[in-house]
Design a protein around this ligand. Structure first.
Ligand code: SD4
Length: 346
């Protein structure tokens, strides 16, 4: 594919390039590179503000990035409107199944997938990392491990809104993720653009990366996966190197969107390795997106994948397939969090 944008994306540190209108009619700044001071936390989507709010008090008080990203995941899982936990949309059989992972900048990592009736999968992922010789536990085994570690089993019933949407979906049973709106808060139909009262859209995957005051990096992802997925389907989120990769020598990256596409190109690992060779975070995210586009340009136009990366030198960059991928940044400069929109291929 001819790379028409090659000369347009010149990294300009801290310079606002455009103020774009996103899919939902909101306007966020788009920057090719944002230089930030540590400590800092960065999360996918507008709803990343909730995650960042969970992490920021820890970072602000000199805490570890690892504790901060776990708190970010828990804050999202606790907040029904974030839609990443048990209040989220179910699979096509009507069951909410959750995926999560967590990773430290020294290569320690843990994940859980296809987990049911667990309120805080991110904390179970951390236990997998710290208490087992393994990296990923799945399904009933993950659930048994979680119970043995003192986490309670929740009832596992659908929220009223999620049940309504699922029954509506069953009428056609069509699995067709739509860019940026494939994962909305239950109660807001996936078949029309939807807004919260403040105009934001919501997503069912929260990816967070953080750098603490000491320069240590960590990240986490927590999700209910794509709405109405096949039972047993696992996306990119719990897979280290796909939905999340962190290396203190280079930086941290996370993803959101159609997980199958991210897994196929080992998305976040690709980004960190690109950054290792000297590419900026945005250039590295763009290269990962290019590999997705190359495989099937027509299909890539119709869906969303977004990556965001933070370098160990404090530069944030992002890139997505189509317009509308936003990310939230919180640090001393933006203590309440600020939302930016990524540049996109299409
Ligand atoms: C998945 N990547 O399970 C997730 C979905 C997602 O916003 O990011 N939704 O494929």
């Amino acid at each position: 594919m001819i790379d028409r944008r090659k000369f347009l994306h010149i990294p300009l540190l801290g310079v606002s390039l455009v103020s774009a209108r996103n899919f939902f009619g909101q306007t966020f700044e788009t920057r090719s590179a944002l230089k930030v001071k540590r400590p800092v936390v960065v999360s996918t989507w507008d709803s990343g503000i909730t995650a960042n709010n969970g992490a920021w008090p820890i970072l602000q008080n000199g805490g570890r990035a690892l504790d901060a990203v776990e708190a970010a995941g828990r804050a999202s899982e606790d907040e029904p409107s974030c839609c990443v936990g048990l209040a989220a949309w179910p699979d096509r059989d009507g069951k909410v199944t959750l995926d999560a992972c967590i990773m430290d900048g020294n290569g320690d990592c843990g994940g859980v997938s296809f987990l049911e009736r667990i309120k805080h999968p991110v904390s179970v992922a951390r236990k997998v990392m710290e208490k087992t010789p393994h990296v990923l536990l799945s399904g009933s085994g993950a659930q048994e491990f979680e119970v043995a570690n003192g986490f309670p089993l929740e009832l596992g019933e659908l929220s009223d809104d999620a049940e309504k949407e699922w029954k509506e979906w069953l009428k056609k049973s069509e699995y067709k993720p739509k860019a940026n709106i494939e994962n909305l808060k239950p109660g807001l139909s996936q078949f029309r653009p939807a807004f919260f009262d403040d105009g934001t859209a919501n997503h069912d995957t929260m990816g967070t990366v953080a750098m603490d005051a000491g320069g240590r990096l960590s990240g986490m992802v927590t999700t209910s996966g794509m709405a109405f997925k096949m039972r047993g389907r696992v996306g990119d989120s719990p897979i280290v190197g796909a939905g999340l990769f962190v290396d203190n020598e280079v930086g941290a990256a996370t993803s959101s969107g159609v997980g199958e596409e991210v897994i196929r190109i080992c998305g976040t690992h690709t980004i960190i390795e690109q950054m290792r060779t000297g590419r900026s975070p945005e250039q590295a995210c763009r290269e990962a997106i290019r590999r997705i586009v190359k495989r099937d340009p027509a299909k890539a136009k119709e869906m969303q994948v977004g990556f965001v990366a933070l370098s160990r030198t404090g530069i944030i960059g992002a890139f997505s397939l189509v317009k509308g991928f936003t990310f939230s940044v919180t640090n001393a400069q933006y203590p309440k969090g600020k939302i930016f929109e990524a540049n996109s291929w299409f």
